[in-house]
Design a protein around this ligand. Structure first.
Ligand code: G6P
Length: 612
């Protein structure tokens, strides 16, 4: 989703810093970019380009050609109006009094447009952003001060926004406002920054402020003042970012995705170490104790995309280990279907970014009904982290590639810890089983390392199937959850049509799509379901499918059925998703590379989906 950067200083040229910041936000997905920079009291210069950021860099000689020390920049991911230079941000009011960029969706933009037209405004673009900028301009002219104009506009706008604005009457100042879209502020010496995410400014400062919903701020060189929606000044504590820029760079790998696949052992280890102390699970940092765990009558897990797939795997693990009924829901469905929730229910929202619009809305839906919410979140200080009653952090570090890998694995690890703690608190896991489960959980990182050490075999197989048209993934139970994620990786980055099916369901229609040479990947990590899935593989083989098997070491008889097999180390079956997903991530990655695609920034996708 759109990325915002802003910078104001006494002496430093803004444009190169804005472009550098925007490049760190490329992972969010975008189709055009632009900057607006002001040199003292002179007119603001706006430069935009459709396509990659490199176009904008070229147009501005890497920013050097644009003079001035105060500016805002934006990468746009089209929502209203096609991707084009005209629709790219920044936008400005007709007389150039207000210039701004925006992330989010203004729901009542049509109604505001009509009103502004009645007041003599006209519009050059199809964007809801131009409407917001002109609304601020309208209030500025009516009430005279930027602060008053911003509060009025905030009260008028329905929807989500992170806005960065510059006013002709206030050289050297950037104003920022926020509701439901991410925005952070950083200060270092005589420099002030705003950004949609920390990596954009981490090179320059570690001191960051989180601006909350319905708050706004004024940035001057080296200084920031925060206001609530009443326009009253408020105090804020800064947060020090612990991770470094290297964590957000490629570090020798060809792509972020490959780097992040290799960071999975660390992400899982760090996440588990944060909740396992002296061989016991301790969720106190998340505000969770045994009393609370005993009380829970039911669980709803709500999420989007890969985080939802974690939920599907967690459902099997929690129900099996703790015998608590679990329902897994897509956040986009949950938020609108008037869900029936029990008083003692726990609603778990899983989200890497903590900013996914549907997941955040689902959280609010549950909270609004007085139901306890737990966020399993990666980004510290994100909206979901701040609004959930309890937060269990995944320690995956910054994830840049659009297709998630290490955050997914860290989310799985966090959900295992929760499942085991639940089962233990409810008296279903005795000492011996508890110790064994914890030991197996802690063995996940080194077992992932083992899988990664044999990646060439997967690379070879992937190159053979780079031209595939359709791929089917089949499995049962937790293996089905693994298939969902493997199939999504294939679609996201390889653009190959693929489907994940519960193996027993394939014959109810979808088997008609199986033809000679179609690749079917069977996942078989669950002993009790192994023979059943083998039978389903035989069914598709007899219809011409080419079979790949993914099972654990020891199940060598699989080679009698499949054409190609990958083995992963043995582990307690509840945790199998953490291992079996890795070869499937690598498959997606290598097929994407073999097809010459942009693996880190696949078409049409965004890392953090902050609109519905
Ligand atoms: C986007 C990303 C997915 C991610 C989903 C949910 O679609 O491309 O990789 O799984 O959003 O994101 P979240 O930040 O809530 O985990």
């Amino acid at each position: 989703m759109c990325g915002i950067v802003g910078f104001t200083s006494i002496q430093k040229q803004a444009a190169p810093i804005l472009l550098d910041g925007l490049s760190k936000l490329e992972y969010r997905g975008y189709d055009s970019a632009g900057i607006a920079v002001r040199d003292g009291e002179k007119e603001t210069e706006i430069v935009k380009a459709k396509g990659k950021l490199s176009e904008l860099s070229q147009k501005t000689d890497e920013g050097r050609a644009v003079r001035g020390t105060c500016g805002i920049g934006h990468t746009r991911w089209a929502t209203h109006g096609e991707p084009s230079e005209t629709n790219a941000h920044p936008h400005s009011s007709d007389d150039g009094e207000v210039v701004g960029v925006h992330n989010g969706i203004i729901e009542n933009y049509k109604e505001i447009t009509e009103r502004l037209i009645r007041h003599g405004y006209s519009f050059k673009t199809q964007t809801d952003t131009e409407v917001a900028i002109k609304l601020v301009d309208y209030y500025l002219k009516k009430y005279g001060s930027p602060a008053e104009a911003i509060t009025r506009a905030m009260l008028r706008i329905r929807g989500s926004y992170a806005l960065a604005l510059m006013f002709k009457s206030c050289p050297g100042e950037i104003w920022a406002a926020r509701k439901d879209s991410p925005l952070i502020i950083g200060v270092s010496g005589q420099d002030s920054f705003i950004a949609s995410d920390v990596p954009a400014i981490l090179k320059y400062t570690r001191t960051v402020y989180y601006i909350d919903n319905l708050e706004f701020a004024k940035l001057t060189p080296g200084n920031v003042t925060f206001y609530n929606i009443e326009g009253e000044e408020i105090e804020k504590e800064s947060v020090t970012i612990e991770w470094d820029t290297e964590a957000a760079e490629k570090g020798g790998f060809e792509h972020f995705m490959l780097k992040e696949i290799h960071e999975q052992p660390t992400a899982v280890r760090d996440t588990l170490n944060s909740v396992i102390k002296d061989n016991r699970i301790d969720l106190s940092a998340a505000g969770i104790d045994d009393e609370l765990l005993k009380e829970i009558s039911r669980i709803s897990i709500v999420a989007c995309g890969s985080a939802w797939h974690v939920g599907v795997a967690a459902q099997y693990v929690i129900e099996d280990l703790a015998r608590v009924p679990v329902r897994v829901e897509l956040a986009s469905e949950f938020r609108y279907r008037d869900p029936i929730l029990e008083e003692k229910e726990l609603v778990i929202i899983i989200s890497q970014s903590g900013e996914t619009a549907d997941s955040l809305a689902a959280l609010r839906e549950a909270k609004g009904r007085g139901i306890r919410t737990l966020g399993i979140v990666n980004v510290v200080g994100s909206s979901i982290a701040r609004e959930a009653d309890n937060v269990l952090y995944t320690l995956a570090g910054p994830e840049i590639a659009v297709a998630t890998t290490k955050a997914y694995s860290a989310q799985l690890a966090a959900s295992y810890a929760l499942a085991v703690a639940l089962g233990r608190a409810r008296g279903l896991i005795d000492d011996e089983k508890y110790a064994a489960l914890i030991q197996d959980m802690l063995s996940i990182p080194e077992k992932i390392e083992k899988i990664l050490s044999d990646k060439e075999r997967i690379q070879w197989f992937a190159s053979k199937f780079a031209g595939a048209r359709d791929v089917f993934f089949i499995g049962r139970g937790i293996d089905y959850a693994i298939c969902l994620e493997g199939s999504l990786k294939m679609k996201e980055i390889s653009y190959i049509h693929s489907e994940a099916y519960a193996a027993g369901e394939l014959k109810h229609g979808t088997i008609s799509l199986i033809e000679d040479g179609i690749l079917v990947i069977g996942v078989l990590t669950q002993q009790g379901l192994y023979e059943k899935t083998v039978s389903n593989l035989v069914e598709v083989k007899s219809r011409g499918a080419y079979l790949m098997g993914l099972t654990t070491y020891g199940h060598y008889a699989i080679e009698d059925t499949v054409d190609f097999n990958i083995y992963v180390p043995k582990i307690d079956e509840h945790f199998a998703a953490s291992l079996a997903v890795v070869p499937l991530q690598l498959m997606g990655y290598y097929i994407s590379i073999a097809r010459g695609l942009d693996v880190d920034k696949p078409r049409n996708l965004a890392k953090s989906v902050t609109v519905e």
